[in-house]
Ligand binder design. Structure first.
Ligand SMILES: Nc1ncnc2c1ncn2[C@@H]1O[C@H](COP(=O)(O)OP(=O)(O)OP(=O)(O)O)[C@@H](O)[C@H]1O
Ligand SMILES: [Mg+2]
Length: 651
């Protein structure tokens, strides 16, 4: 929601807009019911049935109350067995109704409790399901992020709240209609008085509800900022710097400022709402007592029984109370509307990248070629995978690494003002190790995002063995291109899981996991952990914490776990000590055998070991060649290389 929020307050211009808003409120209520019906149709129907019964019961009880009083007066005037019995019978009927009512109340509470957790699961799961089925660009889009965060925050409570408010509204209207019917037998004037005094509060409540809604919509942005500040102040990742730089008071001050403004706005609205409620409540009370006086006069005149009088007064008073309840639920529905609109908008985001599992048989050839013969299980799937590749736009079956060709590739991030990559033409030969170097922001990571299909080029094409990767399924593409990003994920899972997730089909293969860990030089670190490979990591769940470099080695073993025949490592050794780096690259050659490796690094000692080096500057490929070629070319690479080397030589 980037548009400027509408000013809260009484806008004169928009009866139509209000109608549209009301339509949206009702539409959201309908969708909330649909959600409920999908969760548990029987319970949902039960809730509706209970609300109807719950609406009819008080009216019936009031009517029976009238019969009791009249029967008692009759029995007192004409004492006989029959009249006494008749009065007692009505008492019995009321008892039965009261028992039913108690049952309905309990059943209602039970049904709501059951539905709350079921609905919470369904809604939360749909929210996350959406997240795994949309493409990565959504996660860099603030609007989507906003929707997702808001949906997640209130997912478990709001939809049921909306349903409950609608049921309360429905029940109150039934009660109201029932009492109006009872009153109609006595005086149409009373019915009209009841309904007419209902109109002003209804209009007022709808208006204030709408105002509250507009107010909270105007706060979306500040709310996000407040949540962000909250996160900075309360989470491990930021707490360190917040403390070291003494940012606590500053951040808390900003947080307070936001909520102070909210508080003032809320108070002003609440005051106006209270004033209106008081005035309109007074109107209702006056109407009630006017009706009361009228009923008393009519009863004295003999036009009404005493029971009839009692019932009329109850009907009028309870009718008004039902009205109040209905009004409150209308106001709440308006307030819930913001969340519901957000939730349904979020759930309606097109699923442009449905989640796919890693294809059968993926990686089996790579496993054969590499020295890990652990693919016995996957070898048998060869036939199936060949069949899968017969589809148009598919790569040939698993074999040697493909030739990757970038043809005039340009890319601009959504909403950005300039290209992050411009007109890059580059061939990555099968099996070669290509280093990408360049200053910060040169576009190296962006290139990797394109290679893995996280983003599509905005110009040009990327071909793999002649097939445009845009035509490949994402799972197919990603099973062939394995990436470890510079901001890799530290899963707060066990060590084995942290490595195993690198290649799901072998996630439980202990031998493979140990091989990958050894290759990344992290096996001795793991051996020193209390629970070894089963040690859980990260502080969140009380696991062991690793150093930055140790985490990086773990990420590296995740890469070594992968069976992809193209391996992309984005600064895999930035946090490693020099000795470890030399050791890992010593082994890396062997591991990379039969695979293409794209290596992003700022260390020229690492880059020079690659077959070729591509130098990027401001999104353009400016030089490419072997280390020796680039040095003799004496361009940017040579300059940067000498700069780093000079630093060593001096010291
Ligand atoms: N998600 C994004 N949205 C918009 N622009 C982005 C995004 N990510 C990166 N950029 C821009 O794209 C350019 C290239 O960024 P990229 O991350 O590819 O650089 P890099 O070469 O990997 O740098 P580094 O060495 O610092 O990792 C930068 O100018 C950056 O401002
Ligand atoms: Mg980068």
């Amino acid at each position: 929601m980037t548009t400027a929020p509408a000013a809260p307050g009484r806008s004169r211009r928009a009866p139509l807009e209000r109608l549209i808003e009301l339509g949206r409120v009702l539409g959201n209520a309908r969708r909330a019911f649909a959600l409920l019906a999908r969760t548990n149709a029987r319970l949902a129907a039960g809730l509706v049935g209970l609300a109807v019964v719950d609406g009819v019961l008080p009216v019936a009880i009031a009517w029976v109350g009238k019969r009791i009083i009249d029967a008692v007066i009759l029995a007192a005037a004409e004492p006989s067995e029959a009249t006494r019995l008749a009065a007692l019978e009505w008492v019995g009927v009321e008892l039965v109704l009261m028992v039913v009512r108690a049952g309905v109340v309990q059943a209602n509470a039970l049904a709501q409790t059951l539905l709350r957790s079921q609905l919470g699961l369904v809604v939360n799961a749909s929210i996350l399901e959406k997240a795994i089925n949309v493409s990565y660009r959504h996660f860099e889009d603030p609007h989507f992020n906003n929707q997702l965060a808001q949906a997640r925050r209130e997912a478990s409570s709001r939809p049921l709240d909306v349903v409950r408010q609608v049921l309360v509204l429905g029940r109150s209207l039934i009660v109201l209609a029932g009492y109006a019917a009872l009153l109609a037998g006595f005086s149409w004037v009373a019915v009209v008085a009841l309904l007419v005094t209902a109109v002003p509060p209804f209009v007022a409540e709808a208006r204030f509800g709408r105002e509250a809604f507009v107010l909270s919509r105007s706060r979306t942005f500040q709310n996000r900022q407040a949540h962000y500040l909250e996160m900075l102040l309360s989470q491990e990742a930021s707490a360190k710097e917040v403390k070291l730089f003494s940012l606590g008071a500053l951040l808390l001050g900003r947080y307070r400022d936001i909520y102070r403004r909210f508080r003032d706005e809320d108070a002003s609205l609440a005051r106006r709402r209270a004033r209106a409620a008081l005035a309109l409540g007074l109107l209702g009370t006056l109407a009630l007592y006017a009706c009361y006086a009228w009923v008393v006069v009519r009863t004295i005149a003999g036009a009404l029984t005493v029971g009839g009088m009692t019932m009329s007064v109850i009907a009028f008073r309870e009718g008004q109370a039902a009205l109040q309840t209905a009004l409150l639920s209308v106001a709440r529905l308006y307030e819930d509307n913001l969340f519901m609109t957000n939730l349904f908008e979020y759930l309606a985001v097109p699923e442009d990248e449905p989640h796919q599992p890693i294809p059968d048989g993926a990686g089996s050839r790579v496993a054969d070629d590499a020295q890990a013969p652990a693919a016995a299980a996957t070898n048998g799937n060869g036939a199936r995978s060949e069949q899968a590749h017969a589809a148009p736009g598919a790569l040939p079956a698993w074999g040697p690494p493909p030739r990757i060709e970038l043809r005039d590739v340009s890319f601009r991030y959504p909403g950005a003002h300039r290209d992050s990559l411009s007109h890059v033409t580059l061939v990555i030969e099968p099996g070669e190790t290509l280093a990408l170097v360049g200053r910060n922001g040169a576009g190296k990571t962006t290139l990797v995002k394109l290679l893995t299909g996280l983003y599509r080029p905005t110009g040009g094409v990327i071909l793999m063995d002649g097939v445009d990767i845009a035509t490949l399924g994402t799972a197919e593409l990603r099973s062939r291109v394995g990436v470890i990003f510079q901001d890799f994920v530290r899963f707060h899972f066990t060590v084995a899981d942290n490595i195993g997730v690198g290649w799901l089909p072998e996630m439980d293969n202990q031998r493979e996991i140990v091989r990958a860990a050894t290759a990344a030089g992290v096996d001795d670190v793991i051996a020193a952990l209390p629970a070894g490979y089963e040690q859980s990591l990260g502080r969140w769940f009380g696991g062991e914490e690793l150093s930055v470099g140790q985490w990086q080695r773990l990420a590296l073993s995740r890469a070594f776990m992968r069976r992809s025949y193209v391996l992309v490592l984005d600064e895999p050794t930035a946090a490693l000590d020099a000795e470890a780096e030399a050791e890992i690259f010593g082994r890396f050659r062997a591991l990379a055998e039969g695979r293409t490796v794209v290596l992003i690094t700022h260390r020229f000692s690492t880059a020079r070991g690659a077959d070729r080096i591509a130098v990027f500057e401001a999104g353009a490929l400016v030089e490419i060649g072997t280390h020796a070629e680039l040095l003799s070319h004496d361009g940017r690479y040579a300059r940067m290389f000498r700069l780093q080397a000079a630093g060593f030589l001096e010291s």
